[in-house]
Design a protein around this ligand. Structure first.
Ligand code: ADE
Ligand code: ZN
Length: 339
């Protein structure tokens, strides 16, 4: 199965660009920008990545992001991720960025977007990887701060396809951001939100009903509510699930306890994504492999994750059709009996 997964054409829909900051690059950028970190070696950083829950991860993640200072740093970070994509047959990626993580410490919004955007353009031209950019509001901050961020994003309306919601879910439900999401929608942005990662199924309902999101990021707690699962199946609202992240952050005790195979079987539009791969032990191929190893899935099942991701993406219908054809062709080649 691993050979099949390696070369399977993939689409990623849940990836925080700040979460691709590998320990080696963190140390390099700290040196380049004269930022002091509580670590001296890659091993020390890796040893610190032992999380109890989402918040314990976020504390280190925001600390790590401080080494990102200049446009070139954001370019280098994004370019390194895109090269990983190339190596793992990720054909299209929809990337989150957290402007407030940077603007709060005095880095200009333009510095962040321009660096990421320039790398995405190079990815399209030099690597043939298509991409979209999604701007997340940090939910532990106020709705007023999110409004300020939305205002900063307006000149980049053509470069940012959607707004999202991330950071600490506990105590910061979707409805806290009702008005800013409404304004973002009116300005033409699509909407997504992290919901039902650590928080209850009710957050998924409220993201759908109040924020009118096109997708739910994570959403694994939906299985606490049978009506919700039925709704997800009928509506085909996608879940961007991140298996290695969920185990690392103890949403599930073990991959064998994860509900992704059950959701696939029930007909929910579930997808596999890497979330913060530098922190959680792997990119797309590692996530697919972890799921395939934990559950008895066929090649058809595994390919369905790619087919769902294409359906769930913000690509145009003709782009979706072209990618679906590539996946179907790949699957057919691997299902054909060898004579
Ligand atoms: N920011 C980065 N990764 C996140 C996650 N898994 N949940 C919420 N916010 C995040
Ligand atoms: Zn996430």
């Amino acid at each position: 199965m691993e050979g099949f997964i390696d070369l399977l054409p993939k689409v990623e829909l849940h990836l925080h660009i700040e979460g691709t900051l590998e320990p080696g690059m963190m140390l390099e950028l700290a040196k380049r920008n004269q930022i002091s970190l509580p670590y001296q070696t890659i091993e020390q950083i890796q040893a610190a990545y032992d999380f109890d829950d989402l918040q314990s991860f976020l504390d280190l993640y925001y600390q790590g992001a401080q080494v990102l200072q200049n446009e070139q740093d954001f370019y280098d970070l994004t370019w390194a991720y895109l090269q990983r994509c190339k190596g793992e047959h990720v054909m299209h990626t929809e990337i989150f960025f957290d402007p407030q993580t940077h603007t709060e410490r005095g880095i200009a919004f333009d510095t962040v977007v321009n660096g990421i955007w320039r790398a995405l353009e190079a990815g399209r031209e030099k690597l043939g990887i298509s991409s979209h950019l999604i701007m997340c509001f940090l939910r532990h901050l106020s709705e007023e701060a999110a409004f300020e961020t939305l205002k900063q994003a307006m000149p980049y309306r053509e470069k940012i396809i959607a707004v999202g919601l991330d950071s600490s879910e506990q105590g910061h439900p979707p409805e806290k951001f009702r008005h800013v999401f409404q304004q973002a929608k009116e300005a033409g942005f699509l909407t997504v939100a992290h919901a039902g990662e650590e928080g209850p199924a009710e957050n998924i309902w409220n993201a759908l009903k109040i924020l009118q999101t096109s997708r739910i990021d994570h959403g694994v707690r939906c299985t606490d509510d049978e009506l919700l699962v039925n709704h997800l199946v009928a509506s085909r609202v996608p879940l961007t699930v991140c298996p290695l992240s969920n185990v690392k952050l103890k949403v599930f005790s073990d991959m064998s306890q994860h509900n992704i195979a059950e959701l696939l079987e029930k007909g929910v539009c579930v997808t596999i994504n890497s979330d913060d791969p530098a922190y959680f032990g792997g990119y797309m191929t590692a996530n697919f492999t972890a799921v395939a190893t934990a559950f008895k899935l066929s090649k058809t099942d595994i390919a369905k994750f790619s087919q769902n991701a294409i359906e769930a993406s913000f690509l145009q219908p003709e782009q979706k059709a072209a990618l679906q054809q590539r996946v179907q062709h790949y699957l057919n080649m691997h299902l054909k009996p060898i004579i």
